[in-house]
Design a protein around this ligand. Structure first.
Ligand code: 5GP
Ligand code: ZN
Length: 114
């Protein structure tokens, strides 16, 4: 999609620190980390928000989670724990409207979120 920041990251038009990319999924480090480890995992195809996903995205969403698990393991987060976050819409704090899963870890995370 034109003018979508994360579509441009997928295409390599905007530089990012990529940890993983295949035909379906891309993972890269967040530019403004909220924790010692902060990685974004996204579908390459533009889906604006999780609530805009449909039945045809079922396997893609499953793969997104499995790739995230792989990255959490690779980044050394699996043993001590981590958090997945999908901010959705205005109240959810979503600022980039291309679906992304945050992986946050490397410190004790507070609950409930702000
Ligand atoms: P949201 O608030 O939509 O859930 O998360 C968007 C995330 O994208 C934020 O954590 C923000 O730091 C990150 N972000 C925004 N612009 C860029 C960018 O150009 N590159 C990277 N790597 N991350 C970005
Ligand atoms: Zn996009």
């Amino acid at each position: 999609m034109q003018d979508c920041l994360f579509c441009k990251i997928v295409a390599g038009e905007i530089p990012s620190q990529k940890l993983f990319q295949d035909d379906d999924i891309t993972a890269f480090r967040d530019i403004n980390p909220a924790a010692p480890k902060h990685i974004l995992v996204i579908p390459n195809r533009h889906i604006a928000s999780i609530n805009e996903a449909s039945e045809q995205d079922q396997s893609l969403l499953g793969k997104l989670l499995l790739v995230a698990n792989q990255i959490a393991e690779q980044e050394g987060l699996a043993e001590e724990g981590f958090r997945y976050v999908i901010n959705t819409g205005s109240n959810g704090g979503q600022t980039v409207f291309h679906l992304h899963l945050h992986i946050l870890g490397g410190r004790q995370l507070g609950w409930p979120p702000g």
